[in-house]
Design a protein around this ligand. Structure first.
Ligand SMILES: [Ca+2]
Length: 349
């Protein structure tokens, strides 16, 4: 049988239209399980001052297990001796015991609630003093990454970011810190600020704890910053504490925090920052980008409306109760190491 030329033309049209349709559908799919490549992430935390940092690191590991993120390093902006071990405990539980951990040598040093349980879980970093300087580790890791590829998510104060901007050429790179950020970092996600404005002298906690660093980063960061101040009314942790595995340190940290503060759930500021850093706006958030942020050294911030800039901040798209369910489901997702049976032991009680 022969096919007449006009039918050949018709068939080719159908094939082309079909292919274009498939491509467009692929481009539009912004959901969490589409075929986007794993997002290269450096996680920077003030772990210890609140428990949402532990939850945020937990869901980052889960998202990495799912192929949505690739964790390059974990950093503490808190100098406290327990912070790097607390990070190590979580990394180890989630099967990444060799994940690089850096610690600030210049930042604030508060010691609070949930570290009591750190010695009960497997890890080998016993004090933050033994962790490498965070800025040196940032420079080493960033220098080895492709240009414009790395997302840094900061869920504490911005000390490490300011120190990175101020860093000098070294054995890892001839670039200054600012040049390196411009070359290598795709986006900084900062859990900080009150949006659109915070009253003078009443800056949000993360900005206020190192106001000079916040001011430096807001005014001098050479690339995109997404500020995520959301999470106060997205309550999580209750199901994690009730149902989380006994050998997982994260439910234990939440339990300690709940007991200390006499609460049964906690706001999700840091978990939301990680969710955005990995999955983007998805169905969860809308970005406000018309304008720019101005930060003061007292930690306060103002949004100045105007043309789009390198700054943006998030507002909710999904109702907070639904977002809480998404996060809590992630917290309770079985880890790769659990499913492979490679977690050696529970708490050493
Ligand atoms: Ca935090």
């Amino acid at each position: 049988m022969t096919i007449r030329p006009r039918y050949l033309w018709l068939i080719s049209r159908v094939v082309v239209v079909g292919l274009v349709g498939i491509l467009l559908t692929g481009c539009r799919s912004g959901g969490p399980l589409d075929s986007r490549q794993a997002v290269p992430i450096i996680f920077d935390t003030d772990i210890g001052t609140d428990v949402d940092d532990a939850g945020a690191l937990a869901i980052l590991h889960i998202l990495a297990d799912r192929g949505e993120a690739k964790i390059l390093a974990t950093m503490s902006a808190n100098q406290n001796r327990w912070c790097a071990p607390a990070i190590d405990v979580i990394n180890t539980y989630y099967g990444r015991e060799d994940m690089p951990i850096g610690s600030s040598k210049t930042g604030p040093n508060p010691e609070e609630w949930y570290h009591d349980s750190v010695p009960d879980y497997p890890h080998d970093l016993t004090t933050s003093d033994d962790a490498p300087d965070a800025v040196a580790l940032y420079r080493k890791i960033l220098a080895a990454q492709p240009d414009q590829s790395v997302t840094i998510v900061v869920v504490g104060w911005l000390t490490n970011m300011a120190d990175l901007l101020n860093s000098k050429p070294d054995q890892y790179s001839p670039l200054t810190g600012r040049q390196m950020v411009k070359a290598k970092v795709k986006e900084l996600v900062s859990m900080g600020g009150r949006w659109p404005n915070s009253p003078k002298n009443e800056g949000e906690y993360n900005f206020h704890m190192d106001g000079v660093a916040a001011h430096k980063v807001i005014s001098d960061w050479p690339g995109k910053i997404m500020f995520t101040g959301l999470g106060k009314d997205v309550m999580t942790g209750a199901r994690l504490v009730a149902q989380g595995p006994k050998d997982n340190p994260v439910p234990a940290f939440y339990r300690n925090f709940f007991k200390g503060h006499k609460v049964s759930e906690r706001s999700s500021w840091d978990l939301i920052a990680v969710l955005y850093a990995v999955r983007g706006l998805s169905d969860y958030f809308t970005a406000i980008s018309e304008g720019k942020c101005v930060g003061q050294k007292d930690g306060s911030n103002q949004w100045i409306p105007g043309p789009p800039s390198k700054h943006a901040y998030l507002v909710y798209k999904m109702p907070q109760t639904e977002l809480a369910a998404v996060i809590e489901d992630l917290l309770l997702t079985e880890t790769q190491s659990q499913s492979a049976g490679s977690v050696e032991a529970g708490p050493r009680l």
